[in-house]
Design a protein around this ligand. Structure first.
Ligand SMILES: *[C@@H]1O[C@H](CO)[C@@H](O)[C@H](O)[C@H]1NC(C)=O
Ligand SMILES: *[C@@H]1O[C@H](CO)[C@@H](O)[C@H](O)[C@H]1NC(C)=O
Ligand SMILES: *[C@@H]1O[C@H](CO)[C@@H](O)[C@H](O)[C@H]1NC(C)=O
Ligand SMILES: *[C@@H]1O[C@H](CO)[C@@H](O)[C@H](O)[C@H]1NC(C)=O
Ligand SMILES: *[C@@H]1O[C@H](CO)[C@@H](O)[C@H](O)[C@H]1NC(C)=O
Ligand SMILES: *[C@@H]1O[C@H](CO)[C@@H](O)[C@H](O)[C@H]1NC(C)=O
Length: 720
């Protein structure tokens, strides 16, 4: 194929036709339909997403990227002259490519109809519905069987340049049908700036205790990248997130990034296929392996949300938008999260203080609580081992009542005692897999009400297997999805009954922290690995989607670093990147250690408003391969304050760190800069500098020199 024919083909494949017209309709943010054409413009602060119905009725994506100016710029007129080898539906950038007809690329939806037919041909029905300027529904129906109906749902987060997509399929036939694949959406990325330029896909790999490791690999034409979990929960192995960014070159400085994440706490798959023309199609949703859903006449099924966004501000832009989006929806959905000035508490978890966790007594818990309270701890958490016959690792999981032996008078005495302290003090439940939702809901409600519990940590440690053994009288392939929905419904019901109850999501660490569960729970446990140098890498990866306040981090003597002398200050500074917890055996702390702990907790409470409500940026990214240096900067949205956390694991050549240039400050303002190293009670340095100098020349973190595990906290405040 000649370059010329390739470009002509590309032109028509993209279905984009520029028209010259004298009416200029400036595009405001929100969702707009063209006056005469079936074209919809989804406009956010920095991006536009345009879809249109072709004359054949396919709903196609016409543009996704930088914000457009006019409604008249695009229409979905189709020219099929060039499709001799590739019939239209194959190359149309269909919003919902189904299994059926002449479609040979990754599809999103597959059904089985009563007469044995398994193909659909979904076309625009003519019904569109824009609600409140930010939601759009488009109705599609099957060309030949008008009674299979699909409604595409779009919702835009205008401030954060994110589109949320899902759809509902409804059975309008008088017989049952089966859905055998129901991904949430297809996303179409145009060619990169400069057409033949390179793009990379960034994903998050992991294992238990090493979650959210950032990976990137080049997209190649003809190659499909697949990330997935088949474990029944999102899992540590991979995270349902992608970012596709252009690699800047000599001639193309583009910092465009497309990124997205699934709001689904079950098995999932995301694939990204790149064509020879440099376009990429991303599809994803609930995993289709062993998935099935039966729709009786008139029944419908709605997929989870697949949210995706665009930024031209590189990965720092993507890292700001998705966490902000998550926080926005968390605030929208949760009574406990409505108010930004209610901060996530400093918690103490007694798990690691137990020599044998299954052997604890209420007296021991009370002792720990007595030590924790004066340190400034605001939340007291009892982890695994409190319930039923939980005497060893092979017993008791799934019991829903407190152990009589460990709590002869119930849990209330402990709860009463911790509630006597001035701060908010709480208890945690730690659960295995729920079997019967109502039983769990009733038992948990009773327990929460009777014992005045403020907070539960919901753990899930066991991947699913033998799903079809569940005693459903429905299609056995629905079991995996029903389990996730059951989990959601218990949390929703508990949140309705106890609007002030806080819930932490955990699954052997970070196995369940998809953006769906983040809209239902208050915070997440990113990893069981609390070794601080490992934790920085985990926090680096998780900061792609987690708002800092949701990401809990504990100071411990973790089992993973018992032979290494990591200073308490370094442990605290790592935990300062998110919600702060302490998990050490504080009974064994010396007076000095207790005093240092009190000092760091007190400093944390001062910087917590910036840490918890700000945006995190990485000035030096941690690397698994080199000497560990990492510097993060969390900045308040109004640029009035920032906290820089700097870490250096070692420095074999005793060379100082280079100057660190800060970001996102107010150029013309003067900032007071205060620096702490190993002593929370004594700042190492204090000076004043302009925002411009801080950003254009930077600061020297010269205490990060040749010693092992050095760290600093730098607090910047704008002077009025
Ligand atoms: C759509 O684009 C085509 C190709 O440029 C043009 O011929 C047609 O007039 C346009 N239709 C409208 C309604 O603008
Ligand atoms: C749907 O699935 C159920 C359960 O596997 C099966 O019994 C039924 O025959 C299927 N129906 C159709 C229309 O495929
Ligand atoms: C449009 O969508 C809104 C929100 O989903 C719904 O309440 C309303 O009934 C819909 N209107 C039509 C005409 O479908
Ligand atoms: C309906 O089915 C016929 C025969 O299978 C096929 O030729 C035609 O393209 C279909 N029409 C639509 C709109 O899908
Ligand atoms: C489905 O809904 C339609 C309209 O509401 C109703 O007329 C029909 O009886 C229903 N069919 C079944 C099988 O329930
Ligand atoms: C674990 O605890 C249960 C309940 O107390 C007991 O029946 C069982 O023998 C214990 N198992 C082991 C291996 O100690």
């Amino acid at each position: 194929m000649t370059a010329n024919s390739k470009s002509r083909l590309l032109h028509s494949l993209l279905l984009i036709a520029a028209t010259v017209t004298s009416t200029v309709t400036a595009l405001k943010t929100g969702i707009h339909k063209h006056e005469t054409l079936d074209t919809w413009f989804l406009v956010t602060e920095q991006s536009s997403y345009v879809i249109g119905a072709t004359t054949e009725g396919y709903i196609a994506n016409l543009h996704w990227g930088n914000r457009l100016e006019r409604l008249d710029d695009l229409n979905a007129t189709m020219d099929d002259t060039f499709f001799i080898q590739n019939p239209p539906p194959t190359y149309v950038t269909e919003e919902l490519p189904v299994f059926g007809g002449l479609r040979y690329r990754d599809n999103v939806l597959k059904v089985e109809l009563p007469d044995g037919v398994r193909e659909l041909n979904l076309l625009y029905s003519g019904n569109a519905n824009i609600t409140d300027g930010y939601m759009l529904d488009l109705d599609l129906r099957d060309g030949n069987r008008t009674d299979v109906l699909v409604t595409l749902h779009y919702e835009i987060d205008i401030d954060n340049d994110i589109i949320r997509r899902s759809y509902t399929i409804r059975n309008g036939l008088d017989k049952r049908i089966n859905v055998s694949k129901a991904f949430s959406a297809a996303w179409h990325l145009p060619t990169a700036l400069g057409s033949d330029e390179k793009r990379e896909i960034m994903t998050l790999a992991g294992e238990w205790a090493s979650e959210a490791m950032v990976e990137s690999t080049e997209l190649r034409p003809g190659v499909t990248h697949v990330i997935q979990s088949q474990r029944g929960f999102p899992s540590h192995v991979s995270y349902p997130y992608f970012a596709i960014r252009q690699v800047p070159s000599d001639v193309n400085p583009s910092t465009e990034v497309y990124f997205g994440a699934l709001a689904w706490s079950g098995s999932w798959e995301i694939t990204a296929h790149t064509s020879l023309f440099g376009t990429t199609r991303v599809v994803g949703g609930m995993h289709h392996q062993d998935f099935g859903w039966t729709l009786e006449p008139n029944e419908s099924f709605t997929t989870p949300v697949f949210a995706a966004g665009f930024t031209n501000k590189g990965m720092p832009g993507a890292r700001k938008l998705l966490p902000r989006h998550v926080r926005k929806y968390q605030k929208k959905n949760l009574e406990t999260q409505k108010d930004d000035s209610v901060y996530h508490p400093v918690l103490y978890n007694s798990w690691e203080a137990m020599t044998c966790v299954f052997d604890f007594t209420i007296d021991k818990q009370l002792e720990l609580a007595e030590i924790a309270a004066p340190l400034g701890i605001e939340l007291f958490v009892v982890d695994d081992g409190w319930f039923g016959a939980r005497d060893n690792d092979s017993a008791g999981l799934g019991d829903w009542y407190p152990s009589k032996k460990k709590f002869p008078n119930g849990v209330k005495p402990l709860s009463d005692r911790v509630h006597e302290y001035e701060a908010r003090n709480q208890l945690v439940l730690n659960l295995g897999m729920p079997e019967v939702q109502d039983y769990l809901y009733e038992t948990m409600s009773t327990f929460i009400a009777e014992n005045n519990v403020d907070y539960i940590k919901w753990d899930m440690n066991r991947p699913w297997a033998e799903m079809s053994m569940h005693n459903y009288d429905r299609n056995p392939r629905e079991a995996a999805v029903l389990s996730v929905e059951g989990f959601y419904s218990i949390i929703d019901r508990l949140k309705v009954k106890f609007p002030k109850l806080w819930v932490e999501s955990c699954a052997s660490g970070g196995g369940r922290m998809d953006i769906g569960v983040l809209e239902k729970t208050d915070q997440v446990w990113t990893s069981d690995n609390t070794r601080p140098d490992a934790r920085i890498l985990i926090q680096y990866g998780a900061s792609l989607f987690l708002p800092p306040r949701l990401q809990y981090s504990w100071v411990t003597e973790s089992p993973y670093d018992s032979n290494i002398d990591i200073p308490l200050s370094f442990r605290f500074h790592v935990a300062f990147q998110g919600g702060l917890g302490v998990g050490s055996n504080i009974e064994k702390y010396t007076e000095d250690q207790l005093e240092e702990t009190t000092g760091w907790i007190s400093l944390y409470k001062k910087i917590r408003p910036v840490i918890q409500n700000g945006d995190i940026d990485w000035l030096v990214q941690p690397s698994r391969l080199s000497e560990l240096v990492a510097v993060s900067q969390t900045t308040s949205r109004d640029q009035s304050e920032a906290v820089v956390l700097g870490f250096r694991h070692n420095s074999p050549f005793s060379t100082p760190l280079n100057w660190i240039r800060l970001r996102n400050l107010d150029k013309s303002a003067i900032y007071t800069v205060k620096v702490w190293g190993g002593d929370p009670h004594k700042a190492e340095d204090e000076y004043e500098l302009s925002g411009a100098l801080l950003m254009h020349r930077g600061i020297l973190l010269n205490t990060l020199n040749n010693a092992m595990f050095k760290s600093v906290v730098v607090w910047l405040r704008r002077k009025d």
